[in-house]
Design a binder for this molecule. Sequence first.
Ligand SMILES: Cc1ncc(CN)c(N)n1
Length: 231
Amino acid sequence: MNLVPYDEWRASALDPAFSEWLRSGAEPEWTAVVSHPFAASITRGDVPDDDMRRYLIQDFQFVDSFTALLGAAVASADSFESRVPFGRFLGETATTEEKTYFHRALDALGAIPADLASPDLEPVTADFRALMDEARTSLDYPIILAVLCVAEWSYLGWASRAEQPLPENFVHREWINLHEGPVFRAWVAFLCGELDRLGPELDENGRLRVLDVFRRAVRLELRFFDMAAGL
Ligand SMILES: Cc1ncc(CN)c(N)n1
């Protein structure tokens, strides 16, 4: 656990980026997320259908709050240049690719419409939605960025470990492809870059608040995969 103040840390770090200070401060949970057995099983395409259905039903509820959080990022970003990528991602991915993926995948997995509309929320799903709602209503741009960055960067982390050829089953293959590739990498680089730009301008208290939210989000990602794995 990294409690070294950012100014001290960056003087000696190999990569002095603020996002790297956050990520290393969220160890060992970060590595546990990106190397989680459930995520590895997605990359191999061998998650049993019942487990994949339970995971995606819960994740659809995650994505709902995540989409609202993207809207808050558009509203709270500090410049037009920064608002645009959030708006683009909101339009292109959240409302088209990801949404059609969920409907096709859950259909193939035998879910019924009620599973999507009003499922029983697992405790971790409710907790994750609460953190995203807290960040959204704060309208505090670095805090919003911290949650978005964990969600996307950690997913790039496990998805980029997938080996070719990717699974034939589209439920697994498309879920990997949604979180890998040049466009998704550029999106994650943008989120990290925004934190790298703003972090050094915060005072120590502000940085610790961002680190606290970053860590809470990483712990929730870990619990989410544990829930999916039935742990
Ligand atoms: C729980 C969770 N975390 C992150 C992602 C990536 N958007 C996701 N779909 N679900």
